[in-house]
Design a protein around this ligand. Structure first.
Ligand code: ZN
Length: 180
C-alpha cells in the first residue's frame, strides 16, 4: 500500500493545473532548501509539546510553498477535533478559499488517525507524507485503514517513514515525561 519515499510523478499530470491562482495570500513562504516540510512539521510538533499538547505537527504545501502549518491544540481550545492535520486543512482551505485541496500535499509527524485520514480524503489532498506509524491510534496502515475501504472516494498517495526516528523520539519523550 505504501509507496517509496523517493516518489514518482504520479498525479503529476494534473498537478500543474494553472487555474485558481486567486486567493494566495500573505501566509505563504517558499520551502527553504535547508528545511524540508517534514522538518517544519517537526517544529510544529515540538511547539505543541511545549504547550502541553501531544507533540504532533502538520504542514500543507502547494506548488512548493507552505500554505499552512499547525500543531495539536486539543487542550488549548478544548476541541477533540483540533488535531494538527485538521487545523492545517482548515487553514489551507481558508488561504485558498476552497474546500478542496487537490494540488496540495500534507506532511504530518505521525500516522493520521481515522478522523484525520477521512478529513484528508474529503479535502482531496494529493499526497500524504507521515513520519512515524501509529499502531495504537493510526487509521491509514493500522486500525480502520481508511483509504482501503470501499466507502473511501479519494485516497491520497501515501508515503511514510520520512523523519521517523525524530518523530518517534519526540512522542516517546513526551509520554515518558508525562508518566513521571
Ligand atoms: Zn487525527
Amino acid at each position: 500500500m505504501q509507496k517509496n519515499a523517493t516518489g514518482s510523478a504520479s498525479g503529476g499530470l494534473n498537478s500543474e493545473n494553472p487555474q485558481k491562482p486567486a486567493a494566495e495570500k500573505a501566509k505563504q513562504s517558499t520551502v527553504s532548501k535547508s528545511q524540508t516540510p517534514m522538518q517544519i512539521a517537526m517544529e510544529e510538533a515540538r511547539a505543541a509539546g511545549a504547550r502541553g499538547e501531544v507533540p504532533i505537527g502538520a504542514v500543507i504545501t502547494r506548488k512548493n510553498q507552505i500554505i499552512a502549518r499547525a500543531g495539536n491544540r486539543t487542550r488549548e481550545i478544548n476541541d477533540p477535533t483540533a488535531h494538527a492535520e485538521v487545523l492545517a486543512i482548515r487553514m489551507a482551505c481558508e488561504v485558498l478559499q476552497n474546500e478542496r485541496l487537490g494540488e496540495c500535499d500534507l506532511y504530518v509527524t505521525l500516522e493520521p488517525c481515522a478522523m484525520c485520514a477521512a478529513a484528508i480524503s474529503f479535502a482531496r489532498i494529493r499526497r500524504l507524507y507521515y513520519a512515524s506509524s501509529d499502531p495504537k491510534g493510526g487509521g491509514v496502515e493500522y486500525g480502520p485503514r481508511f483509504y482501503s475501504q470501499p466507502t473511501c472516494h479519494h485516497a491520497p498517495d501515501v508515503y511514510s517513514g520520512i523523519g521517523e526516528a525524530e518523530a518517534t523520539a519526540l512522542l516517546r519523550d513526551f509520554f515518558k515525561e508525562k508518566r513521571k
